[in-house]
Design a protein around this ligand. Structure first.
Ligand SMILES: *Cc1c(COP(=O)(O)O)cnc(C)c1O
Length: 482
């Protein structure tokens, strides 16, 4: 069942806007006849309250962070403070045109310079490009920077090593950057196995790419040894810092031996990103990689801000203009509002929240990797298999209780994975309500497994054939006359 489409509530002659009468001569011949529309546009005809109610109702059909808890692991769905939105909508920022001269856009340039400074402080690295428009785009940029560095050293290398817990974008970016993927197995604790790593470090290895804390939410405690071994082999260290929510003000990427890191402003620094965007994936590098950064770079000179050319070794632009500026504004406001102390508290509280979830759910769900939990926790739904229940069923049933599902079936090294990332913005009461629901679902699995197979039953659409829904999308309104 669905609500009526706006075209279906349309009635001829209804109007949602009133404009004053035209008091200048009507110009009909400014466009050549061939370009002019000959039939009416076919827009719905509705009143202002009808438009308003239609779209407000639609906006509540989807789950979002302003509506409820969204513990989607690895995605850091934290609440986005509304002050960020106020700043991003200021017309002096929102209405800028990218072709405007630097003299007229001093404020925007200053914002970018200061945001880059803050990210340098957070990572401990030397320079930042804000151009990449998403995390995966940052990965590709970082890989191309490393590639350019190797070329400048005079040796071509072919391979990039990743652990088997890597985020799916990592192998994809590696291949896109022209490298081969070498995957190494994690040890029984879910961490990088130093011996397997050392075995594959040869002259063909360009880099190692790691997420730390790993996608299991655990810190790679041997990271400095890993970095040392990789550097000794003449390769570079790439950190996937899409999610820095456990590290802010606590640990610097530079101290772990990384040469380059990408950061997802839309995760750690609060821009909402459900539904695929918008994003921003700045890349921070150390001295070695600085000459290769994409340009132009916003810089400060005296009390002026300007665009500096990136020099002859630059890999060139990785995007039109300078990235997703609106996301930068939100991240900048977020960082200023938090301050250094506040950012540290973000991470401390994110870690406490994940550990609280762990404590509440460990008696009910298996925890295959039991190392210390940082910002997220990965359970397995294996125990429910005896009732014929899969992790998908648990995830779908959660929707009936008003929660977004955790990330499921990732990381791949955990069977029936349920990856829960509560973030710091959730209260103790919310975490408890979620945990009680997760426990209740284990009871339902025992008592009424059929219910779980049918879930969700309270959402606007029920259980979909996920493959078909993605492959045969039906997005167009067929009745439209347009
Ligand atoms: C989200 C994420 C990415 C990809 O970021 P996008 O902005 O979606 O491209 C990469 N790695 C990790 C660990 C992530 O969580």
């Amino acid at each position: 069942m669905y609500d009526k489409l706006i075209f279906e509530i349309s009635k001829p002659g209804k109007r949602g806007a009133s404009l004053p009468k035209l008091d200048v001569p009507r110009q009909t011949d400014l466009l050549p006849a061939a370009l002019r529309r000959t039939s009416p546009l076919g827009l719905p005809e509705v009143s202002e309250p009808e438009v308003m109610r239609h779209f407000v109702n639609l906006s509540t059909k989807n789950h979002h962070i302003d509506k409820g808890f969204y513990p989607l692991g690895s995605c850091t769905m934290k609440y986005n403070p509304k002050v960020n939105e106020v700043a991003a909508r200021l017309s002096g920022l929102a209405d800028l045109h990218p072709h405007q001269d630097a003299r007229d856009t001093q404020g925007a340039l200053r914002l970018m310079v200061e945001l880059a400074e803050a990210l340098k402080e957070v990572t401990g690295l030397e320079a930042v490009t804000l151009q990449p428009a998403a995390g995966a785009h940052g990965e590709l940029t970082g890989l191309l920077l490393m590639r350019a560095w190797h070329e400048a050293q005079g040796h071509q290398r072919k391979k990039v090593i990743i652990p088997d817990s890597a985020h799916g974008t990592n192998p994809a970016s590696i291949v896109t950057a022209g490298y081969e993927v070498v995957q190494i197995k994690s040890n029984s604790e879910g961490l990088i196995d130093l011996d397997s790593l050392k075995c594959c470090l040869d002259e063909d290895v360009a880099a190692m790419m790691i997420t730390n804390p790993s996608t299991l939410g655990m810190f790679e405690s041997h990271i400095q040894e890993v970095s040392e071994a990789v550097h000794k082999a003449g390769a570079l260290m790439y950190m996937d810092g899409a999610n820095l929510n456990a590290l802010l003000g606590i640990a610097k990427v530079s101290a772990m031996g990384f040469d380059v890191v990408h950061i997802n402003l839309h995760k750690t620094f609060s821009t909402p990103h459900g539904g695929g965007g918008p994003g921003s994936g700045p890349v921070a590098v150390n001295q070695k990689l600085m000459p290769f950064l994409p340009g132009p770079l916003p810089v400060r000179e005296g009390d002026k801000y300007l665009w500096a050319d990136s020099g002859p070794k630059s890999i060139g632009r990785v995007g039109g203009f300078y990235g997703n500026f609106g996301v930068m504004v939100r991240a900048y406001v977020y960082i200023l509002m938090m301050g250094a102390e506040g950012l540290r508290q973000v991470s401390e509280r994110a870690i406490i929240n994940a550990n609280y979830i762990r404590a509440l759910l460990e008696p009910y769900y298996d925890l295959p990797y039991k190392g210390r939990t940082l910002h997220e926790i990965v359970f397995s739904g294996d125990r429910l298999k005896e009732f014929g229940i899969k992790t998908t069923d648990v995830a779908k049933r959660l929707l009936d209780y008003g929660f977004h599902a955790p990330t499921i079936y990732f990381p791949l090294i955990v069977h029936e994975a349920l990856m829960i990332e509560p973030t710091e913005t959730e209260s103790k009461e919310t975490l408890e309500a979620f945990a009680q629901t997760m426990i209740r679902i284990t009871e339902e699995a025992r008592e009424n497994p059929e219910l779980l197979h049918q879930a969700p039953i309270t959402t606007p659409v029920g259980r979909l054939d996920e493959a078909a829904a993605a492959r045969n999308m039906d997005l167009a309104y067929k009745g439209s006359k347009v």
